[in-house]
Design a protein around this ligand. Sequence first.
Ligand code: ASP
Length: 592
Amino acid sequence: MTTTKPSKQTALRTHTCGELNASNNGQTVTLTGWVDSKRNHGGVLFINLRDLYGVTQVVAGPDSPVFKTAEEAKSEYVLRVTGSVRPRPGANANKNMPTGEIEIEAADITVLNVSQPLPFDLGEHAGVLEETRLKYRFLDLRRPLMAHNLVLRSRLSQVVRNYLYSLDFNEIETPMLTRSTPEGARDFVVPSRNAPGEFYALPQSPQQFKQVLMMSGMDRYFQLARNFRDEELRSDRQPEHTQIDLEMSFVDEQDVARVVEGLMGEIFAHIGEQISGPFPEIEFTDVMLKYGSDKPDLRYALEIKDCSSLFKDSQFKVFSGALADGGAVRAIKGEKAAAFSRGDMDKLTELVKKHGAKGLVWLRFKDGKWESPTLKFMTEPELAGLKTLLDVNEGDAVFLAADKPVIAAPCLGALRNELIARLKPAPIKKWAFLWVRHFPLLEKDAESGHWTFAHNPFTAPLPEEAHKLDTDPGNIRSCQYDLVLNGVELGSGSVRNHTRAIQEKIFALMGYDKEQVQRRFGMIVNAMDFGAPPHGGIGMGYDRLIGIICGTESIRDVIAFPKTTSGACLMSDAPSAIDEGQLKELHLKITE
Ligand code: ASP
């Protein structure tokens, strides 16, 4: 049997609105699409007919039998146009448009559907409230830019799949109705009808299942997985988001990194960008020292310097007090920031105060001299040392924070971001990938006083530091790694615990007794009893990645049907109340 491969030609059209060019001149074609715009030039009607693939100009002259239909067609009417392809008269050709050399002389126009006047102009959407765009998402998605984002997203999922299949990963679905896996957020829960008073949790990630798949001998798993996290929403967060989630057996951190770097290489090659690994890597403690953030934007060179030793004999109470308290004095240079006004300096001071600092010390280097309200507290050798350490030149400014390292780091990190935003230094690269490695395994939970995980409770300690689980649990580095791109945390992962003994020790430090471990994590710890292999993996935010690639401000622009920052879908009106009958079936009662 011979079959022809289906094409975009269908019963209703011969071509799409994006494919005709001068080589089609003289052909009779049928196009379908929406009225994107319409103009009347001296009695001749020009309709731009649009579909997903492009826009084609349709012409109806005053004597044309279809003139009346063309005249009556309004924005977003759905038309079927038959006519002949002809060259646009010389001056009218539009080289910037793939179909810009031709037009269709309409011989027949059928109105397939009409449209009400639009709630917003699809061409002039700039001032439109996002709420309106989300309520009429079906119209918003007709805008070529939005359509482009979704199509690219779809194509890139294919790239991801092809690459991972080529490395023998298996794509395996994991349940949506499940138990909670802690990833540091609140769960969304679904009441069970069959088990009164019991609930499923929507997965915060497929974490436990993917690990169990490794314990099942699946060797390499991936999934474009949907994760549900009930947390405060921002422009880069949604209550449900997609991850490229993967897990591999018999690996170390570097094995996972090579797979991810190759994947990024393929994805970026698809958009014409060359990316190659290995990506730079930096220890968590070093990244906090140098950049004040665990997701620094390394397109920019700005670095924080520790100048505690310069000020060890300082007479300045702010410095000597912080140093005596076990703190540090750290500084960052703003190139050409001496132009900042007092008002600017005040704003920067407010910014660091928001991050916990008591204040900000700043100095401007102008006309070969330092100037600062705190200059009198500094000695010549201290200033000379600062100038050398930070390579200060005419017109630069220096900002210093003196505090406990846990406060000084984020303050200067926030300041670094602000300096980048204000000074707009030239980027040293377009795509700055970075691995941040060896986060602390455990942190103290301020509320409970227990240890809690920094990434997830399944992360393994560095083997050479595991012995400290009994003696010094706060000082253990873990096998956790984060992938950062242009200042965005793109993914997190780790090499996992695969023995029950270590996993239980970590749970115990987190305050879970054996019974609680069994109840909450029985599935995974039980599987560890039966020959669990060493394994590790990562989850990478797919919406964020596509957002960066598409250059959007918000990940909502790369998700077909996103929710607002209050978690609502304005088009479907979710969430919504359910009726009494449903509540009863679910054994639920709403109380005020
Ligand atoms: N489950 C983790 C997350 O969603 C990813 C991982 O550790 O593989 O961040």
